[in-house]
Every structure is written in C-alpha cells, then in structure tokens.
Design a protein around this ligand. Structure first.
Ligand SMILES: [Fe+2]
Length: 205
C-alpha cells in the first residue's frame, strides 16, 4: 500500500503565496485520488511493496497496456506531488546555501539564472505538466519539463528529481487564474531549499 505524503504544515500555512483552498483541494482531492488509483493499478500489476521509483523506472516491463498507462499517470501523480509538497514550507523562500548552492551555481551560473531557466521550462510546458531539477548519475544538476504526470524517472532518463514545480492549472487557477507566470514567481517564496539540499545529498550517496 502506497501512503499519501502527509503535509507537515496546515493547508493555510503557505498563505498568501499558495491559498488554503488550493492546498486543500490539491492535497485532499487531487493527490488523494492519484494515490488511491495508483494503489489499484499497483495491485493489478503486482508491484505493491516496491519503491515507487522502481515502479516508474520499470513501466516497460508491464505487459498490459491499460495497467502500464494507469501506473504511469497515477504513479507519476503520486510521486510528483509527494515531492512537490515536500519541498514547500512556510519557512521557505530565499536562496539555496551550502553544497546545493555550489552545485547549482556550477550548473546554472547563479540563482537568478537558475530561476530564469526553470521558469522558461515551466511556462513553456504546453498544457498540464511539471518542471524539474534532477541529479544525473554523475551527480550533475539538470533542468527539464514534462507533460501530464510524466517525470524524469518514468521517462527513463536515469536522473533523480530533487525539485518539482507543478504547472497543472489545479495548482494555481483558483488564485492566479490563467497567470501561470505569476504563480511561478510566487512559488519561489515557499521553496524549502534546505529540503532540496537534503534530497541532493541523498541522491548522490
Ligand atoms: Fe498537482
């Protein structure tokens, strides 16, 4: 049984950046549904008990097309939101520090340049999807985007995501309406860079 990520903060804790109704709907409706549906397909596929990363990295081994598609979309939705919710915090914002700052500056020049690059990927993602910062097998940081609930694992890149930015309309529409760019600008105010650094360190170990 895959357990939904439990928020370590209240639904209104990220106000005014992310409004309480968006957080509650996103977590208790959208993510809860992804989790429940993922569990249904995981049982059908006989992959309950495996880490979700392993399930997503081995989708091509699932013979039944409907089950494979169900795992890809709902396992992706489960994994992606777990990461997204975990890298936000009421104490977030500011800039990366320590090892993460070093690595990000080496990869992207500086923090402003990182923000420009990830924003371009997030705004340029046509329709629903995500923008990512991931760690390559060589320990380098790379940015990407993906449609629907795909991610660097299910796309078979071999990279481990450590930063997820949800650009489905359900992530911002109640407050920001059609202004995806405004939501992205605000999102940086709640990013927990300490958590992202932890994930970086775990990914390279
Ligand atoms: Fe979402």
């Amino acid at each position: 049984m895959f357990e939904q990520y439990k928020l370590p903060y209240a639904y209104d804790a990220l106000e005014p950046t992310i409004d309480a109704l968006t957080m509650e709907t996103h977590h208790s409706k959208h993510h809860a549904t992804y989790t429940a549906t993922f569990n249904t397909f995981a049982e059908k596929a006989g992959v309950v008990g495996q880490p979700v990363e392993e399930v997503l990295a081995n989708l091509d081994k699932i013979q039944d097309e409907a089950v494979r598609k169900g795992l890809r979309n709902n396992g992706g939705g489960y994994y992606n939101h777990n990461l997204y919710f975990s890298i936000m915090s009421p104490d977030g914002g500011g800039e990366p520090t320590g090892l993460l700052k070093e690595k990000m500056d080496a990869a992207f020049g500086n923090f402003d340049s990182f923000k420009e690059q990830i924003t371009a990927l997030a705004t340029g993602q046509f329709g629903s999807g995500w923008a990512w910062m991931s760690v390559t097998p060589a320990g380098e940081l790379v940015l990407s985007n993906s449609g629907n609930q795909d991610n660097p694992i299910s796309l078979g890149t071999g990279n481990k995501p450590i930063f997820a930015l949800d650009v489905w309309e359900h992530a911002y529409y109640l407050k920001f309406k059609n202004l995806r760019g405004e939501y992205i600008k605000e999102f940086f105010k709640v990013v927990d860079w300490k958590k992202v650094e932890e994930l970086y360190k775990a990914a390279v170990n």
